[in-house]
Design a protein around this ligand. Structure first.
Ligand SMILES: O=C(O)CCC(=O)C(=O)O
Length: 271
């Protein structure tokens, strides 16, 4: 199997079977071509466009450019909204959110999730920057070993040209790589690792309303958007109970960012 699966049930409830679960376990990612309905995508798109047009939560550090330095003037090339469900709690009742939670618990092989949150990443038409190779865990608390995955749903066609996801199969079984901030600028939140064999990478183009799942250690990347249409993506992060590390992992890039933001006197919380 190639990582593509999922069956639609009644009222848009999507399910996956043993083959998809086994594929995720082996490869650290999975792609399915349906997790929401076209009708719901229309509604989600309205909320999405509003959050970005209003730069929701910017003063609190919830809206910023993932690929540009904090506090810079000018158009964002990779704008992101954190916690859209804090502004619109009804997002948590969406078919997408409910399917994402249920399928995430199956893929993580847990009865219940400890936490689910989300963020939205926009690659503007012709201008959206690449999301460089990274592992999500590199952003997170170095004292924990998370049991977590992300569900990534595009609201527009996700193609190689518009910025679909790429994964390195099996990398979820490896360590968290050394990361640095994009352009070696700790005022840029986005992280990149140079320690990746891209010849092993697999691109996962999917239609709007499809989804990819990736483990928090899976190396992944999304290219720049060179098309005439925006590439909107809504990501849900699903986490089961995490274990504590006896010694925190060495991730100095996390402190570098906090220190750089404090030194530049930028009054935002770094998440
Ligand atoms: O949407 C993107 O460009 C990248 C998304 C990503 O890196 C993630 O969901 O972890």
């Amino acid at each position: 199997m190639n990582g593509y699966g999922a069956r639609g049930g009644i009222m848009g409830e999507i399910d996956i079977g043993d083959a998809e679960i086994a594929f995720f376990k082996d490869n650290g990612y999975l792609a399915i071509d349906r997790i929401s309905t076209d009708e719901e995508l229309g509604w989600l798109g309205e909320i999405y466009d509003r959050l970005f047009a209003e730069r929701t939560g910017e003063a609190k550090g919830l809206f910023f450019d993932l690929a540009g330095p904090r506090g810079h003037e000018g158009t964002e090339s990779l704008p992101q909204v954190l916690g859209p469900d804090l502004t619109f709690p009804e997002l948590r009742e969406s078919l997408y959110f409910r399917n994402a939670k249920r399928l995430a618990a199956k893929l993580l092989e847990v009865e219940a999730l400890a936490h689910t949150g989300g963020h939205m990443i926009l690659k503007p038409a012709r201008f959206g920057a690449e999301t460089p190779w990274h592992q999500d865990e590199a952003y997170w608390n170095p004292s924990e070993i998370p049991q977590s995955l992300s569900v990534w749903m595009p609201l527009d066609p996700a193609t190689v040209e518009s910025g679909c996801m790429h994964f390195v199969p099996g990398s979820h079984r490896e360590d968290v790589r050394w990361h640095r901030h994009i352009d070696d600028n700790p005022l840029i939140h986005g992280l990149v690792t140079d320690d990746v064999d891209t010849s092993r990478a697999v691109a996962c183009p999917i239609p709007p309303g499809g989804a990819t799942f990736h483990h928090c250690r899976t190396l992944h990347y999304a290219g720049a958007n060179t098309t005439d249409r925006a590439r909107r993506a809504y990501v849900i992060i699903a986490t089961a109970a995490s274990a504590k590390r006896s010694v925190p992992a060495h991730r100095p890039w996390l402190n570098d960012e906090r220190e750089a933001v404090a030194k530049a006197n930028i009054d935002v919380e770094v998440f």
